[in-house]
Design a protein around this ligand. Structure first.
Ligand code: SF4
Ligand code: SF4
Length: 445
């Protein structure tokens, strides 16, 4: 039987129209625009300068600070500038710009297709290698993986959960890697289990991906008995960290708490693959699998895309901006962000680009709240979105905190369910940021 989380959730059409598009190499672009802020935490510090020659996989910016990650070049060529350029959200961020000349990789990277099963490194060396290769969580927040694998004093991991739910509509990059690289994902999982010192891991996959469940179960049962493949109900946001822990282990992460406080570390299947490549192949994270999809596209795609490909090069690779498309989203329709500038480039955690038509982006006219409570029923965090919306609009910050606005995971389920078309998430997101800022500014007890 499929497992699922306890409260809320919605059932949007999953629109996995790119599911049958096998992973293909993205044509290497002419220029790469490599951001030094591709992770949660402090931006990395460039270690190259204008005019330097770089190879694919070479360190170009070094982690600066406790929460930060190394950045490696995704191409070989010459650094032409280091400048402030817009990221996907339109914010100006420092980028290392490289003119591409061939594709010469660092010799230390093992590019052979052979699967390396034996894990020779010890826990400390694994974490060092993951940090050196700049691995970050590929499930959304891009939190540096080496930090997540080093629980703070007083916390001990009991379980590792691998998120293969991919509940966001349209996205199929995780599905494709589970079909095409199942054993590498399981070896990556085993590596992280060794780093954490845990004996049990679970990979959660939604039931709308039977082929992925079959592929992963086949490999797991043949050689990875400590890793269980768990079938999950198709229900959004099943892939939320807290929802996954609830579904598989029936544990609750406390408000403002971390999964490790319940003895759990959650990583994504893409991160498990990146960990395998870093530890067994010495390959830094400079490319990833990215779905490019939309009902207005004639051909759906799943690309192995280098970091630093700007939107113009992505559109060029699919034959141009589809004529009916009016909006480009990085990610899926529920949690993705609208791309504001075509100069913006892909980063490590980019999972998809979704093209939408005018019809698909239409928002109905906003009406008055009819107190139907559909938003309350759909909230997976047990919040009262109609109330949070009212408090947000009135600027009642203390009441917002008392009503736990900071627990919102920004899943958009409330807004999706609202028959009055009230932009609940838009108002709640703003006040959540405000309340979190206040909470974090308070002296620690
Ligand atoms: S966006 Fe926030 S308030 Fe709305 S359903 Fe999701 S968690 Fe609840
Ligand atoms: S779903 Fe919309 S109309 Fe219904 S109670 Fe919530 S905010 Fe009001």
């Amino acid at each position: 039987m499929s497992k699922t989380f306890s409260i809320g959730g919605i059932h949007p059409n999953d629109s996995k129209i790119s599911a049958n598009a096998a992973i293909e190499d993205f044509p290497i672009m002419d220029m790469a625009y490599i951001s030094v802020s591709q992770h949660l935490g402090a931006p990395a510090e460039p270690v190259v300068a204008k005019g330097d020659k770089v190879k694919t996989g070479q360190l170009v910016a070094k982690a600066s600070g406790f929460i930060s990650a190394n950045i490696h070049s995704s191409v070989s060529g010459t650094v032409t500038s280091i400048e402030m350029l817009p990221d996907i959200a339109g914010n100006l961020v420092k980028h290392i710009v490289v003119k591409v000349e061939g594709d010469e990789w660092e010799e230390s990277i093992d590019r052979s297709p052979q699967i390396e099963r034996e894990i020779t490194l010890g826990p400390k060396e694994i974490i060092e290698r993951i940090a050196r290769c700049g691995i970050v969580g590929l499930g959304g927040a891009a939190f540096p993986t080496h930090i997540k694998l080093s629980p703070p004093p007083g916390n001990k991991a009991e379980y590792l959960l691998i998120n293969g739910a991919e509940c966001e509509p349209y996205l199929t990059s995780d599905y494709r890697i589970m079909l095409e690289y199942p054993e590498q994902i399981l070896i990556g999982t085993k590596i992280m289990m060794k780093a954490l010192g845990v004996d049990h891991a679970f990979v959660g996959i939604e039931e709308n991906k039977p082929e992925a469940i079959k592929a992963m179960k086949k490999i797991a049962s043949a050689g990875y008995p400590q890793i269980k493949i768990v079938q999950l109900k198709k229900r959004y946001p099943q892939g939320g960290e807290k929802q996954l822990i609830d579904a598989i282990l029936k544990r609750r992460v406390p408000s403002l708490g971390l999964p490790i406080e319940t003895g759990v570390v959650v990583q994504n299947v893409g991160t498990a693959l990146a960990v395998y490549e870093a530890v067994q192949k010495n390959k830094p994270l400079f490319e990833g699998i990215v779905t490019v999809t939309g009902k207005c596209m004639t051909e759906q795609r799943n690309f192995r895309l280098r970091v630093g490909a700007n939107m113009n090069s992505v559109m060029f690779a699919i034959g141009g901006f589809p004529k009916d498309a009016v909006k480009l989203i990085s990610g899926g329709p529920m949690m993705g962000k609208a791309v504001s500038r075509m100069e913006a480039a892909s980063v490590k955690s980019t999972s998809a680009f979704l093209l939408l038509t005018e019809e698909e982006t239409k928002r109905g006219e906003e009406g008055n709240c009819i107190r139907c409570a559909k938003c309350v029923d759909s909230c997976p965090m047990g919040l009262e979105p109609y109330l949070l919306n009212r408090l947000s609009r009135a600027g009642r910050v203390e009441d917002l905190e008392a009503n736990m606005v900071h627990d919102c995971i920004e899943c958009g389920s409330c807004m999706y369910s609202c028959p009055a078309n009230i932009p609940l998430l838009d108002t709640i997101r703003l006040s959540k940021a405000q309340v979190l800022k206040i909470i974090r500014s308070r002296p620690k007890k």
